[in-house]
Design a protein around this ligand. Structure first.
Ligand SMILES: Cc1cc2nc3c(=O)[nH]c(=O)nc-3n(C[C@H](O)[C@H](O)[C@H](O)COP(=O)(O)OP(=O)(O)OC[C@H]3O[C@@H](n4cnc5c(N)ncnc54)[C@H](O)[C@@H]3O)c2cc1C
Length: 426
């Protein structure tokens, strides 16, 4: 049977197969019951998508969100927790209001997607049938992209690039540092989630050390990239607030990262060796496993999408939003994931309830805090163009801006945070 015939056969026989394998929810049969949207991943992308479809369709679409975590700690604003400017509790959210807003939340991991039968398989073997599926599992880390690093090594050299316990571990290690200690960060290759994130984190490390009166401690960033997001603004801010404390090295300066030793804290480059009291190793990244296993990713490890609607290029019944997608000029950020989810939600509703769809338009802003009240931003507006999501306009903060403007940026970022968590968690 050819791939096309097999898929068609799967669609035609979906109802009978589903009945035989006892799905949690009855399959949708044309003309009977509500159409079904299933969303995998309750973060910035998936959480927004599930809530927007449930809210805007007034219950006409049956929405199920599959998310293993009962409490979700946001990566966004986790650097402010690192800097001691926010509590862990303030960046942790539950799904109580999501459930009250008409979304069925299943706290389990999706183990597989049976695209032929339009079903998601849960850890316990249960199958959930969908008419449309949205996949938003975020990223997985390529631990072996740094020689000597592994998931086990992350207990000693935290990445803290997935939120929760890792971020708490990073902060515990940061707070235990003595004056004269060295922090070494390995910054990841493109593409990765939150392009300015490593450099905002280094700023927050420096803020903590400065506040504690450290005079001799140093932060060394070993980068595998020749340049980074908002570089001139960060460099200016580091010189102003933390002179001599942060040293950024591009590949020409360190010659290449050779290995890390989690037991000794040693990091070896082609041209030197460092003993880190705190090593923050941020490895290369790829789309979450469920998306890759379902055949939604290409050779890059991320998932190609149609820029008009966020549909997977591999399957028109599946949407991929957020960090797992290849979103053209848009960076991998919570703001982007939220914006992509709103476009996908509009298309899902239009296909399942015959509501009107408008041309896709996307937005992003990434704010970064260099020191308290000194916040810089970069962003843009985006639309489909040349086969990808293309920037139609961009903006970025300028060097030597007034402290009032920088403070206003910070307030904007706080307002944005409050808005996006309301979108995701109600
Ligand atoms: C330090 C740091 C700072 C950041 N700061 C900012 C910022 O200031 N602004 C900004 O816009 N972005 C920021 N980001 C980026 C932002 O956190 C991500 O881009 C965003 O969370 C991506 O959303 P997502 O929905 O794709 O993935 P996530 O938000 O990671 O959500 C994915 C969800 O899918 C779930 N999942 C995974 N696999 C499965 C499965 N098999 N079954 C069911 N569920 C599954 C996971 O449990 C998770 O809850 C930052 C990131 C970091 C690391």
């Amino acid at each position: 049977m050819t791939e096309l015939t097999r898929r068609r056969f799967g669609i035609l026989t979906g109802a009978s197969f589903a009945a035989a394998s006892t799905p949690l929810f009855a399959p949708h049969v044309l003309g009977q019951g509500k159409p079904k949207l299933v969303v995998i991943g309750g973060g910035a992308g998936g959480g927004t998508l599930a809530r927007y479809v449930a809210k805007d369709s007034n219950g006409a679409v049956d929405v199920t969100l599959i998310e293993p975590q009962k409490n979700f700690t946001t990566c966004f604003f986790s650097n402010l927790y690192v800097g001691g400017l926010r509590s862990f509790k303030s960046i942790t959210h539950d799904y109580d209001k999501v459930k009250k807003s008409g979304v069925k939340v299943i706290h389990a991991a999706a183990m597989a997607i049976d695209r032929d039968k339009k079903q998601v398989v849960l850890a316990g073997g249960q199958r959930i049938t969908y008419d449309r599926l949205a996949v938003a599992p975020g990223i997985d880390l390529k631990f072996d992209s740094v020689h000597g690093y592994s998931e086990a090594a992350a207990e000693l050299m935290p990445h803290a690039w997935k939120p929760g316990k890792q971020t708490e571990l990073l902060v515990k290690k940061l707070n235990a540092l003595k004056d004269g200690d060295t922090i070494v960060m390995i910054a990841p290759p493109n593409p990765y989630r939150c392009p300015p994130g490593p450099y905002e984190r280094a700023s927050m490390f420096a803020h903590v050390l400065k506040t504690k009166g450290h005079k001799k401690s140093r932060i060394i960033i070993l980068d595998v990239k020749p340049n980074f997001s908002k570089q001139a603004l960060f460099m200016e801010g580091w010189e102003k607030h933390y002179p001599g404390m942060i040293e950024w090295q591009d590949p020409n300066m360190h010659g290449g990262i050779k290995s890390v030793n989690p037991k000794t804290g040693e990091i070896v480059t082609d041209l030197g060796s460092y003993k880190a009291a705190l090593a923050n190793v941020i490895p290369a990244q790829m789309a979450g496993k469920i998306a890759r296993d379902a055949g939604l990713a290409d050779a890059s490890g991320f998932c190609p999408i149609d820029p008009d609607n966020m549909k997977s290029k591999m399957d028109p019944n599946v949407f991929v939003v957020g960090d797992a997608s290849i979103a053209g000029d848009m960076p991998k950020s919570a703001f982007s994931a939220n914006s992509q989810a709103k476009v996908a939600a509009m298309i899902v509703r239009s296909e399942l309830t015959s509501s009107r769809a408008f041309p896709a338009r996307y937005n992003n802003t990434c704010w970064s805090l260099i020191a308290p009240d000194d916040d810089v931003k970069v962003g843009g507006a985006y639309e489909p163009g040349e086969g990808k999501i293309k920037a139609s306009s961009t903006f970025v903060s300028q060097k030597a801006e007034s402290s009032e403007l920088r403070k206003q940026n910070y307030q904007e970022s706080v307002d944005w945070y409050n808005g996006i968590v309301a979108d995701i968690f109600g």
